[in-house]
Design a protein around this ligand. Structure first.
Ligand SMILES: Cc1ncc(COP(=O)(O)O)c(C=O)c1O
Length: 361
């Protein structure tokens, strides 16, 4: 080969970091770093997966077939207003491919879900980070001030990850009315938060709503998400989508999960109960905990940096997500998924030992 490999690359690749495998986690580890649900999926999901497994020599239905219909019933949208994806991460990338050309700008009220920035860079777009206020709420005027003819998308995670707070419906409507670009409202935690703007997709052609089966439905490992928007936007998205973005097992798992909403509601009740107890426990240990509409808590340490706390707990196989020094934050922020009752108790005990141990030293 005469020229270097780098000279062949799409230059965007060099702007992105390499991915490294995470250290293997033991079977007894307490995993509160990825915002997952601690419960097994509904027994109906497991039965449906068992039935489908012998069919995986066949490709899945092209546009998601009966799951799309079940979602139309669940969301009260039309089938042609829904697209399925291999997790909502996959749909975020697809939206960027369809709307953003190299040099176009994408507004990110930050801190926010890091995949928006990653996927913007993948397509050569320019991420414009607009800082949220002290309560991590968005400031409409600050966002509007950054819009120009190159702005294609505003991404609004609602509730936001990692800060766990909700943006009001009124503010979203103001954003939709005052901007000409696509507004993506990411409702990944919808069933926990209970606030949605999907009813607005008929009135606002610039609105797209993202949803996921990873959080409230407890199906993070199956990779299944969907988006709702005008049938015109959905048609454009399907033009660029892979032929079979969602596998057969994910399709039947999603449909079975929608057929057992009682199970989901029970799990959400448990998570919200545990969230309150975990928040109280963390506050009693001196952490500042922000209001949460999700299945995780965003917290701030004092005296000890979040990196030090997270590293120390990892040695005991308790995993939390460190946000210290990320996205404009100082060295004291972390995100903690709400685990099972037992996991939360062990977490609080470990934090207490770390903090009191440090004071005695
Ligand atoms: C706001 C937000 N959107 C999307 C995702 C990704 O969800 P999925 O598992 O469906 O790709 C996450 C995951 O944490 C999230 O927090």
């Amino acid at each position: 080969m005469k020229s270097s490999l780098e000279s062949l690359l799409n230059s965007q690749v060099l702007l992105l970091p390499s991915k490294k495998p995470a250290a293997a986690k033991g079977p007894n580890s307490i995993r509160l770093d990825k915002g997952e649900l601690p419960f097994a999926p509904s027994p109906l999901v497991i039965e449906a997966l068992k039935r489908e497994i012998s069919q995986i020599n066949r490709y899945p239905e092209l546009l998601g077939g009966s799951l799309r219909k079940a979602l139309a019933q669940y969301t009260q949208a039309k089938v042609e207003q829904i697209i399925l994806g291999n997790g909502s991460d996959d749909l975020i990338e697809l939206i960027l491919k369809v709307f953003v050309a190299p040099g176009d700008e994408v507004i990110l009220p930050s801190p926010t879900f890091f995949i928006y920035e990653f996927a913007t860079k993948v397509v050569g777009g320019i991420p414009i980070n607009v800082a949220r206020n002290k309560q991590f709420d968005i400031e409409i005027e600050d966002i509007l001030a950054r819009l120009n003819s190159k702005t294609k998308i505003i991404f609004l995670a609602n509730p936001n990850n990692p800060t766990a707070n909700l943006t009001s419906r009124e503010k979203i409507i103001e954003l939709l009315e005052k901007s000409d670009c696509l507004v993506v409202v990411d409702e990944c935690y919808y069933e926990i938060a209970g606030l949605s703007v999907i009813d607005l997709i008929e009135s606002y052609p610039n609105l797209l709503v993202l949803r996921s089966f990873s959080k409230s439905f407890g199906l993070a490992g199956i990779r299944l998400g969907y988006a709702l928007a005008s049938s015109q936007i959905i048609d454009y998205l399907y033009r660029l989508a892979q032929l079979f973005p969602v596998n057969r097992l994910a399709l039947v798992a999603g449909e079975a999960a929608l057929g057992d909403l009682g199970y989901i509601e029970e799990n959400i009740k448990k998570i919200i109960q545990q969230r309150v107890l975990l928040q109280q426990g963390l506050e009693a240990l001196g952490l500042q905990v922000y209001p949460s509409a999700t299945n995780f808590l965003f917290a701030r340490t004092t005296g000890i940096t979040s990196a030090e706390l997270v590293e120390s707990l990892a040695q005991q196989e308790i995993y939390l997500a460190d946000f210290g020094l990320k996205q404009g934050l100082d060295a004291y922020y972390l995100r903690i998924a709400v685990g099972s009752e037992r996991e939360n108790e062990l977490l609080l005990q470990a934090i207490s030992e770390k903090i009191t141990g440090d004071i005695i030293k």
